[in-house]
Write a protein that binds this ligand. Structure first.
Ligand code: FAD
Length: 500
């Protein structure tokens, strides 16, 4: 065990999900000496398991959450400006079910959705006939509206690049074990993946541990709070492409629960989500039989297709950290965040309770305001990698004709301008290196290891790229062996003595 101390930071952030990373970006951009640690990989908890929408939240209108919807709609536009390569408009179809609510009420809701914040980018909602679509012919008409979609995990990584560029120090696979206030500083004990402990100090600290926030306060800081979290699991299933139209669908069941279907990764349909109370560690959340049956039943009801478990190529579950509100069920509980500011002499502790993927930027701004930094900057400075998706993808396909179109588009959506860094030495297809399957080449994996904090094969397959979803089990096995050789090249080379 080694213990090392270094010069104090101004701000330490515990948790490298969307919220922690957004705070790191904002703080570092103001010249604040910022440290962030994440116990696993960046963005590998709740922020990787969402429905991937950057949205105002049409259904929150039902609970009169107008200010949350307005705030989130505004953020949707800001994110489309900051990261146009990765945040894209998606049209949603909302079939009309007379017994749930009359048309005039839906029209009014959509009017509010279009106008609570007037988007610069989104098409307005409209009434539509459903006759040429894949939904069952018994659903005759409905409405269409816009929201945006994003690869949630990649958005965290994009923020990590930005935070690092602005000077933040970021450490994944580094758990915060203990926090104590001594001699005017937070003393923070960390444990790295190799079992070593390290001590750092900071003037202020942010607890951005998402669904772990309450536990972290109590068990790692030994402090009390009057807030408490309700952990609500949501699961998604991925199946081979269910329909041809490039539309998402919004369905509401008899209990008012909403399920979406999205076109996903060219060849698939993503279906979710559910709401089940979760006990235990958020990392252990996994889809239950009831959730699978429920999601399959929605597809049968609306598309007339009876899915079997063999149709499910992937599934994932995440845990929402909702702020406990007595008397409200999971659906009614607010999705807004709360920032708790606790002052101990000159030192501040900020706890983040709740929140959405969509509102991470403004949440970070509110945290910095709470720390007395009032001049804002993050809404107007696009990410350094930002490019116009269509134009840039077109250019990339022309410049690298040996790259298939699907892979070229995936690279632009994932890396923006940095896709040129990945491809810079490629003159012909051989220069892409080994192809592991489903458009994943050696050159990209090397880039991920060298520039995107990747230390494990699953970070490549299921997080930074989603190529693993379309690979066969033997391709995955081969990739895992190849990955070890790439990340640890010395191990593979025979020593001079052995090869002599
Ligand atoms: C099923 C589902 C669907 C959703 N869909 C949407 C959607 O479509 N749109 C939307 O806007 N929002 C959506 N959300 C909400 C959104 O995903 C979350 O609000 C958001 O990801 C929370 O981010 P976070 O950074 O607070 O938490 P997390 O992403 O969980 O990050 C917290 C991090 O802290 C780390 N950590 C914990 N303890 C320690 C420690 N001791 N030391 C170091 N690190 C630690 C964890 O490993 C974790 O990575 C959805 C949520 C769920 C569950």
């Amino acid at each position: 065990m080694t213990t090392k101390t270094i010069k104090p930071y101004d701000l330490a952030i515990i948790g490298g999900g969307i919220n922690g990373m957004a705070i790191a970006r904002d703080a570092a951009g103001r010249g604040i000496k910022t440290f962030l640690c994440e116990k696993d990989d960046f963005g590998s908890a709740t922020s990787a398991w969402s429905s991937k929408m950057i949205h105002g939240g049409l259904r929150y209108l039902e609970f009169y959450e107008f200010s949350l919807v307005r705030k989130a709609l505004k953020e949707r536009d800001i994110l489309m400006k900051l990261a146009p390569h990765m945040v894209h408009e998606q049209r949603f179809i909302l079939p009309h079910l007379e017994h749930l609510r009359p048309k005039w009420l839906i029209k009014m809701g959509l009017f509010l959705y279009d106008n609570l914040y007037k988007s610069q980018f989104m098409k307005k909602s409209s009434a539509v006939e459903l006759k040429n679509l894949s939904i069952k012919p018994s659903f005759k008409d409905g409405f269409e509206y816009s929201d945006a979609v994003v690869d949630d995990h990649r958005l965290v990584i994009e923020l990590a690049h930005e935070a690092k560029r602005k000077g933040a120090e970021l450490h994944n696979y580094t758990a915060c074990e203990k926090v104590e206030l001594k001699e005017g500083l937070w003393h923070i004990t960390l444990r790295t993946a190799d079992g070593k402990t390290k001590l750092i100090c900071a003037k202020d600290i942010v607890n951005a541990t998402g669904p772990w926030a309450e536990k972290f306060m109590k068990e790692h800081m030994h402090l009390n709070t009057n807030k408490s979290l309700r952990l609500v699991k949501g699961s998604h299933i991925v199946i081979p492409k269910l329909y041809g139209e490039n539309k998402a669908y919004t369905f509401q069941d008899e209990n008012g629960r909403v399920v979406f279907t999205f076109p996903y990764l060219n060849d698939y349909t993503l279906i979710g989500t559910t709401e089940e109370e979760h006990k235990g560690d958020p990392n252990d959340a996994t889809i239950s039989t009831e959730e699978t049956i429920y999601l399959k039943s929605i597809i049968s009801e609306y598309f007339g297709k009876n899915l079997t478990n063999d149709d499910i190529v992937w599934h994932y579950s995440g845990v929402r950290p909702l702020i406990e509100e007595t008397g409200k069920d999971n659906r009614q509980t607010t999705r807004d965040y709360s920032i708790e500011h606790l002052q101990y002499g000159n030192n501040t502790l900020i706890n983040i309770w709740g929140g959405k993927l969509t509102t991470h930027r403004v949440l970070a701004e509110d945290v910095l305001k709470s720390l007395d930094y009032h001049k804002t900057w993050t809404a107007t400075e696009p990410f350094a990698n930002a490019v116009n998706f269509k134009h840039f993808a077109h250019g990339l396909i022309n410049e690298y004709p040996f790259l298939d179109e699907t892979t070229a588009k995936r690279l632009v959506k994932s890396y923006g301008k940095r896709s040129l860094d990945i491809l810079k030495d490629c003159k012909k297809d051989k220069d892409l290196g080994k192809h592991y399957g489903n458009g994943l080449y050696e050159i990209e994996v090397k880039y991920l290891i060298n520039h995107e904090w990747v230390k494990k094969p699953e970070s490549v397959l299921l997080f930074r790229t989603k190529c693993g979803i379309g690979m066969t089990s033997s391709q995955i096995e081969e990739f895992q062996t190849a990955f070890e050789a790439l990340i640890n090249p010395q191990k593979e080379k025979p020593s001079a003595e052995n090869s002599a």
